[in-house]
Structure formats: structure tokens, C-alpha cells
Design a protein around this ligand. Structure first.
Ligand code: COA
Length: 372
């Protein structure tokens, strides 16, 4: 059977780093002002006082030290606490498309082939900037690609679902390569007034070029197998949508941003993903203990350590279990691709690895790869 290859990847990192300390200082200023403004109501038991956040908790609970964001000014202003990104005219490239195009250009340069050899663009991300026209079609036009393009959203698992979709297209028609992009402005859907989650996300864009093995050069990674899984859960949810666009601001609008039951997610998703990886490896005849590297979704370091330990059957070394969420935080669909992009060049031909995503839905995807 024809098989597909990950031929190249690209990464766009936004210019502004935002540390836990900066984030917490702003949050705690907001908390102090809120509590002062509501002092009487708090004293009367009518309003619950807000509790401060701490960088120590964030690092210990998640492994996150910092994140990159498209706009920092609004996130360090306790009166704003949301990214201040001006709306663009229809004649300008939209923000997500611009990020995706930058990551894609890097992937195309590393690939070393002309864009005329790309026949489709998939934009696989957890938050599209608009319903239509598809972000992917805008990226397609900006890069001068002929063919077709469409968006797909499977939350944090979008990239592995995108790789599988691209690999399946390649199997049926290997004439052209497929570009898959993952632009994520997660800061736009994060509630920076919510102590439980204000630290979780960062912004980034990644790009992956998938092409048929018979056309691919000597480099890249053979895709040995892809598998997808979904199981409905309300534990990670965002109710924002066109039916509630007039929702009032403030407390009532909380569920129009990211909300989660973090503990439940941890408890339920960790075993689901570990079992899925083991089953998929077994079906492919791969001994998971022999995997040279894991590029897991980057949401929580403790979760990744547990999954990696289960998969490898031993405590993973930092080289085996790549962690980039200390610098990038959770970047939704892009996390495992950033890890792969930054930490895969040093492996040797024949080495096996796993790209794996998991998140809202619940959803999970596994992509076993072998260095060519
Ligand atoms: N600063 C200080 N303390 C905080 C805090 C903050 N920002 N946020 C919560 N706390 C406190 C809580 O109030 C709680 O206090 P208590 O024990 O006195 O009640 C304590 O810290 C533990 O809170 P909890 O929410 O249970 O923390 P946790 O250890 O579960 O970590 C997450 C929270 C979100 C980091 C963790 O659950 C997680 O990452 N889960 C997986 C999420 C995931 O993968 N989601 C996918 C998203 S795509």
C-alpha cells in the first residue's frame, strides 16, 4: 500500500513572551481591586472574595513557566485582561492566516520544493477566526497554491486528525503534497479572570507537509500508522458560537470561553490515551518500549510523565519525552507538532517515535513515525 511521509515542518512563535510572574502580578492586581470594590458585599456574605494566583502553583500543577502571545498589552492590563488585537479589514490577511502562512513558509523552505507541488491545504485548529470563508482557503491563496483547502476542528487533537486526513488523501491520490497548518490564538478564548485556568494557554502556529513516499526525498518521516478516537465529554467546553453572539459580558459569559474540570480531564484522559497508544502500537507490531521519542500533546507535565512512563515501561528521560510546555504553555493542536519540530532532527534513520494529541471532545490521535 502507498504510504505517506511527514516531509517537513514549520513553526511560528509570536514575539511576546509572558511569564507566570507577569501573568500572576496582573491577575492578583485584578483580584485585589475586585475585592476592594466589593468589600462591603464580601463582608455581608453577598459576594465571594476572589483568591490570588501564584507562580509556584502554576509551575507545580502544570509545568508551565511562560507562554508566547500575539498581544501582551491587554494581558498585563488588569482592566482589560484579554488580548487587544485590532480587527482587520477584509482586504488584509487575517491574523490566524498570517501566523499559519509564516509557519508554512518555514516548512516549505525546509522541504525545498516549489509550492506548485502542494495540492491542498488543511487548517486544523481549535479556534477558527471566523466560520467562512475557510481560513485554509485564505492560506492557500496567500501561498499561491492551486487545488483545494478546508478547515477542520477537533480541538487539541486537530493536528493529528489533520495528519491522518492528509495521509489518507495521499494514499488515494499521491500526485501532490498536502500542507496542514495549526494556527492557535488560544489567548483569545482563555478567561484571564479565572484563577483555575488563566495560566493554561499560549499562542503559536505550526505547519506540516505530508507527501507520498514515492515522491519524497531521503529525509523526513515515514508515517507507519494513524489512529483517531473520540468520546463525548463536557469536561472541556467552550459554548461560544453564532447562536449566542449577543451574550452579555461578565460572569454570564464565562462559559463562552474555555472552561474545564481539570482534575477529571487528568483522571479520564490519561488512561484513555495510554491504552490507545498501547493498542495501536500492538496492532502495528511495534514494541512501545523501543520508541526513541514521544511528542505528546503539551497540556500538563504530570500527565505527560504518566503517559510516557506507561508507554515506555520505565521512567522516561527528558530526551525521550519531549516537553516544550514550560516555554510555550498549552498551545492546543500545535503542542505536539512544536515538540516534533524542535526535537526530531537528531534522531537516526530507522528510529521510531510517536506524535500523540488529546483534548476536548474528548479526542485523541496517534501517529507512529519512522525516521527515513
Ligand atoms: N494559584 C494558586 N492556587 C490555585 C490556583 C492558582 N492559579 N488555581 C487553583 N488553585 C488551588 C485550588 O483552589 C485548589 O486548592 P484547594 O486544594 O485548597 O481546594 C488547589 O490549588 C488544587 O486545584 P486543582 O484545580 O485541583 O489543581 P490541579 O492539581 O488539578 O491542577 C490543572 C490544575 C488544570 C493544571 C490540572 O488539573 C490539569 O492540567 N489537568 C489536565 C487538563 C488538561 O489537560 N486539559 C486539556 C486542555 S486542552
Amino acid at each position: 500500500m502507498r504510504h505517506a511521509v511527514i516531509a517537513a515542518t514549520g513553526l511560528y512563535t509570536p514575539p511576546n513572551a509572558l511569564s507566570n510572574e507577569e501573568l500572576v502580578e496582573t491577575f492578583n492586581t485584578y483580584v485585589a481591586r475586585f475585592n476592594a470594590d466589593h468589600a462591603e458585599a464580601i463582608a455581608a456574605g453577598e459576594v465571594t472574595a476572589l483568591a490570588p494566583s501564584s507562580p509556584e502553583f502554576i509551575l507545580k500543577a502544570s509545568g508551565i513557566k511562560s507562554r508566547f502571545v500575539m498581544d501582551k498589552s491587554g494581558l498585563i492590563d488588569p482592566e482589560v485582561l484579554r488580548p487587544a488585537i485590532p480587527e482587520r479589514s477584509n482586504e488584509e490577511l487575517s491574523v490566524l492566516a498570517e501566523m499559519a502562512v509564516t509557519a508554512a513558509r518555514q516548512a516549505i523552505a525546509r522541504w525545498g520544493k516549489p509550492v506548485s507541488e502542494i495540492g491542498a491545504v488543511l487548517c486544523a485548529a481549535s479556534n477558527m477566526q471566523r466560520p467562512y470563508p475557510a481560513m485554509a482557503i485564505e492560506v492557500q491563496q496567500a501561498l499561491g497554491i492551486e487545488g483545494f483547502a478546508f478547515d477542520m476542528n477537533v480541538a487539541c487533537s486537530s493536528a493529528t486528525f489533520g495528519i491522518k486526513t492528509a495521509a489518507d488523501f495521499i494514499r488515494s491520490d499521491p500526485a501532490k503534497a498536502i500542507l496542514m497548518v495549526n494556527p492557535e490564538v488560544c489567548s483569545g478564548h482563555l478567561n484571564f479572570r479565572d484563577r483555575d485556568s488563566h495560566f493554561i494557554f499560549g499562542d503559536v502556529a505550526t505547519a506540516v507537509i505530508v507527501e507520498g513516499a514515492e515522491r519524497a526525498g531521503p529525509g523526513g518521516w515515514d508515517i507507519l500508522g494513524t489512529r483517531l478516537k473520540t468520546e463525548f465529554s463536557n469536561n472541556i467546553r467552550n459554548n461560544f458560537g453564532f447562536l449566542n453572539r449577543a451574550a452579555p459580558e461578565g460572569a454570564n459569559a464565562r462559559d463562552k470561553l474555555f472552561v474545564q474540570e481539570g482534575r477529571k480531564v487528568f483522571r479520564e484522559v490519561t488512561p484513555m490515551v495510554s491504552a490507545m497508544i498501547a493498542e495501536h502500537a500492538s496492532d502495528l507490531g511495534i514494541d512501545p518500549h523501543g520508541l526513541k521519542r514521544l511528542w505528546l500533546h503539551q497540556a500538563n507535565i504530570n500527565m505527560n510523565d504518566m503517559i510516557a512512563k506507561k508507554v515506555l515501561g520505565r521512567d522516561p528521560t527528558p530526551e525521550e519525552n519531549v516537553i516544550i510546555l514550560d516555554d510555550y504553555a498549552n498551545t492546543s493542536s500545535a503542542g505536539s507538532i512544536i515538540a516534533f519540530h524542535l526535537h526530531s532532527d537528531d534522531l537516526a534513520a530507522g528510529d521510531l517515535g510517536l506524535i500523540c494529541s488529546f483534548g476536548a471532545g474528548y479526542s485523541a490521535g496517534t501517529v507512529f513515525v519512522k525516521k527515513r
